[in-house]
Design a protein around this ligand. Structure first.
Ligand SMILES: [Cu+2]
Length: 155
């Protein structure tokens, strides 16, 4: 009887373990959105990137089947002029988060192979310095702001 209860408890523990891990991965993307853009032009992507793990990581590359090339950019204001620069990597501190939003870090989908229409999901794969990969879908808004109800933090 006791032996059987133990076996059952072990089975339940083993079944539960992967579910717990899947519910809270170390790296997580939330509020990923994009703006409408015509094929052949450049699209933009915004998101919040969180690192729940105890080890610092960095986003080092992004690829999308919808774009010829994807870059990480940082916007900055210098002398009243907004400019942007390509970043080779974006650090995501342990237990911290990085916000990609208008006027800050953003993802550039260069050479769009198809038009991004409101309601579309632009798929991309994020690659981190640790070797981790994350799949993300940038939900295309109907205007300049994030899609309604997305809960994207755009700052
Ligand atoms: Cu840019």
């Amino acid at each position: 009887m006791t032996r059987m209860k133990f076996a059952l408890a072990m089975t339940l523990a083993l079944l539960a373990a992967p579910a717990v891990q899947a519910a809270r991965p170390a790296l997580q993307v939330t509020g990923a959105w994009s703006r409408p853009a015509v094929a052949g032009t450049t699209g933009v992507g915004y998101m919040t990137l969180a690192n729940h793990g105890a080890t610092a990581d960095a986003l080092v590359s992004i690829a999308s089947p919808l774009a010829a090339r994807v870059e990480m950019h940082a916007s900055s204001m210098t002398g009243g002029v907004m400019s942007m620069e390509r970043e080779d990597k974006v650090a995501v501190p342990a237990g911290g988060q990085v916000v990609f939003g208008p006027g800050a870090y953003h993802v550039m989908l260069i050479g769009l192979k198809s038009t991004l229409k409101p309601g579309d999901q632009a798929p991309a794969t994020l690659t981190f310095a640790s070797g981790a990969h994350l799949k993300v879908g940038f939900l295309v808004s109907s205007g300049v702001g994030p899609p309604a109800g997305l809960g994207a933090k755009s700052r």
